[in-house]
Design a protein around this ligand. Sequence first.
Ligand SMILES: Cc1ncc(C[n+]2csc(CCOP(=O)(O)OP(=O)(O)O)c2C)c(N)n1
Ligand code: SF4
Ligand SMILES: [Mg+2]
Length: 351
Amino acid sequence: MTYLAKPKLHHPSLQKNCVGFTRRDYEGKISTLCAGCGHDSISAAIVQACWELDIEPHRVAKLSGIGCSSKTPDYFLGQSHGFNTVHGRMPSVLTGANLANRELLYLGVSGDGDSASIGIGQFVHAIRRGVNMVYIVENNGVYGLTKGQFSATADQGSTSKRGVVNADSPVDLVGLALQLGASFVARGFSGDKPQLVPLIKAAIRHRGAAFIDVISPCVAFNNHAGSTKSYEYVREHNAAVNRIDVIEPRAEIVVDYAAGEVVDVPQHDGSVLRLRKLDAGYDAGDRIAAMNQVHAHQARGEVLTGLLYLDPQAEDLHAHLQTVPQSLNALAEAQLCPGAEALERINAGLR
Ligand SMILES: Cc1ncc(C[n+]2csc(CCOP(=O)(O)OP(=O)(O)O)c2C)c(N)n1
Ligand code: SF4
Ligand SMILES: [Mg+2]
């Protein structure tokens, strides 16, 4: 069964957000993933983030490829627009949709197989073009849906459930996103919701290509000793560089993280990203330093998490291409088809 509708009963006392929705209004169908799969925790974090940010569900377009991870958009935001593409093709479909209508919030959900193997070319170009989106990879180091083959993000030397050693070097999507010019790069862990929800909220508020690699253990095929993507391994080797909070212009939010240096970063929309540093030497505004830190921690077998890089002044693909501000479906025929004279002028300019 892949379609299990949830009962629509809402308790009248359920809290509503500023746009009149309860958390349940941001849910989707009942998940058919394995009990304990990290992907379900990420769906719950997306629901929480959208509810807290008062996002109207019909303003969201969720897109995915193929895989257990790519099935998850069916399990959250059931009132939003959705597109389940061919394996690895989510980024180009998202780019096209975004160019046609910039007014929606684009949420791309993918897997490590979907984005680091068959779809790596698509991933690379969507990131380097600065498409305004939240791109989440639910990274479990295996092809969960096709029964646990190593994916390209599996660490060299890690073992499969049957004890086979992975000889290949891993693709590090965080390192790649930094190198490609992503203006928001973070890594989270599906088992750390207090860290993940603010990361997703911050990514939603960011204008530009926001990439979040979420380590998301596959309990069926990659949660054993010898795996570097198991719950136990990530809990033991998690090195968080910061904790963040998103402060909306209208709401006061009390930050309750442990003492440490605090940095406020204003965003385009007037909201403020409050970064509480856990690692005093970490600078999330320095791309090169972030790349070095990611590699240094990786060499020590640690999983660096938190907001790793942010450019609050980033511009997106629409700014690069100088597109019209309206969505294409709002343009009248005369604007879409300006006639033979206009075409002649364009052609003359190219001669
Ligand atoms: C063109 C194409 N090639 C191969 C497949 C088979 N296939 C389905 S899902 C998948 C990998 C999924 O891995 P990942 O993206 O990591 O998702 P997970 O299931 O681990 O969440 C593959 C190879 C396919 N569906 N389509
Ligand atoms: S096979 Fe793995 S990735 Fe797929 S639902 Fe089960 S635990 Fe999750
Ligand atoms: Mg996977």
